[in-house]
Design a protein around this ligand. Structure first.
Ligand SMILES: Cc1ncc(COP(=O)(O)O)c(C=O)c1O
Length: 381
């Protein structure tokens, strides 16, 4: 049987759709010389030349001292916890993508959910101390939507209680505050370079670390624990990024600044067009000096004429695929909801936010007409 191509009318309908994001891709012909080099060398993976070069150039671009590339952000999270030998309980946020908490379960660690700040949507430092027990070994906050956590307050608590801090910075590529890259805070930070992220290598991830010794341990852990041909020092995993992804990342670095500029312009346009619509609240920045405009969350408040879900459905009917990030909360999924910290009573702010939030489409190729189409659906009520 031969697969048939979609008819003209179906294709037109699909092309009219607007998704919450669309991967930013460079012109294909720019990638061909990189592929040619891989074909010539036949080095496909295992820390080849593109992998090494991409690590160096990414460190420089981000302004971080050391970084280890991974096949994806989830393996980076799982390995970051291994690298610091985290056990017992870890304090984290319910308002994130499931991989944040899943990485704890993969390490046999118990997640302890703490509520978020209603303005930043990040872990609320004022609520962390009450959740610390003798089993607590670390805090795993998320820079949600790329807005920085209150890194100073979190570090102070970590210092007082001798806890480690691992930031899930999957959304925070390129974000800076007044002290430089947001990725330099805590003991480790992880990035996702997934297709849906601001900067993508199809699939990919990284751990950012402060010193060469830690990087070496992480590099061993992502390569089965091998130090050399005959020496295995840990029960490592296969977390390596391939040469094809690393080469693609090098090319993407040449285009990232123009992509961020376009995101910034779309963010500003949404804010301008949504400013006077009652019941729609746009989320403010959280003190970043350089933002990445990774997401555009709006909060559909009680004085908006229809509910968040009714607006979500309305968008779908019109071919616009906004997303309810983050609904359901991680703490509401079956493998977490039995935990005492998962009760809605413990998480009132996150529970309310999960029912009000809607992330609007934002990506470099989104046109002015498309932005206006999105806004007109919100405005017509
Ligand atoms: C907050 C957060 N953490 C972790 C991940 C996992 O990253 P990856 O998809 O690269 O495994 C993602 C995204 O997918 C995410 O949004």
């Amino acid at each position: 049987m031969t697969a048939s191509l979609p008819s003209e009318s179906v294709r037109a309908l699909l092309e009219d759709r607007i998704y919450v994001t669309q991967p930013h891709l460079p012109p294909l012909d720019e990638f061909l010389p990189y592929l040619q080099q891989i074909w010539n060398s036949r080095v496909l993976t295992n820390g080849g030349p593109f992998h090494q070069q991409f690590e160096r150039e990414l460190c420089e671009y981000l302004g971080v001292p050391y970084l280890s590339l991974f096949a994806n952000g989830t393996l980076a999270l799982v390995t970051a916890l291994q690298a610091l030998r985290i056990t017992g309980e870890v304090i984290t946020t319910p308002y994130s993508f499931v991989a944040t908490a899943h990485s704890l379960l993969w390490n046999g660690v118990k997640p302890v959910f703490v509520d978020i700040d209603p303005h930043t949507m990040n872990l609320d430092p004022a609520k962390i101390e009450a959740a610390i027990t003798p089993q607590t070994t670390a805090i795993m906050p998320v820079h949600c939507y790329g807005h920085p956590c209150d890194v100073d307050a979190i570090q102070k608590i970590a210092d007082n209680y001798n806890l480690r801090v691992i930031y899930d910075a999957a959304h925070a590529f390129g974000v800076r505050n007044e002290s430089g890259s947001i990725l330099k805070h805590g003991d480790l930070s992880i990035l996702s370079l997934h297709a849906t992220k601001v900067f993508n290598t199809f699939e990919g991830g990284a751990i950012i670390c402060p010193d060469a010794k830690t990087k070496q341990r992480i590099d061993h852990l992502k390569n089965f624990g091998f130090v050399d041909e005959v020496t295995v020092v840990a029960a490592g995993i296969n977390g390596k990024m391939s040469e094809i992804n690393a080469a693609f990342g090098l090319l993407q670095l040449q285009h990232i600044d123009e992509a961020l500029e376009r995101r910034k312009a779309i963010d500003a346009r949404y804010r301008e067009l949504l400013r006077n619509i009652p019941g729609i609240r746009c989320q403010a920045d959280a003190g970043e000096t350089t933002a990445n405009y990774a997401y555009f969350p709006i909060h559909v408040e009680a004085d908006y004429p229809i509910s968040r879900d009714a607006l979500f459905d309305k968008f779908r009917e019109q071919g616009i695929f906004a997303r309810r990030y983050f609904y359901p909360l991680i703490s509401d999924f079956p493998m977490y909801r039995g935990l005492p910290s998962a009760s809605r009573h413990n998480l009132p702010i996150a529970s309310e936010a999960a029912l009000k939030v809607l992330c609007l489409p934002i990506y470099p190729a989104l046109t002015e007409e498309q932005v206006q189409r999105v806004v007109s659906i919100i405005a017509e009520h």
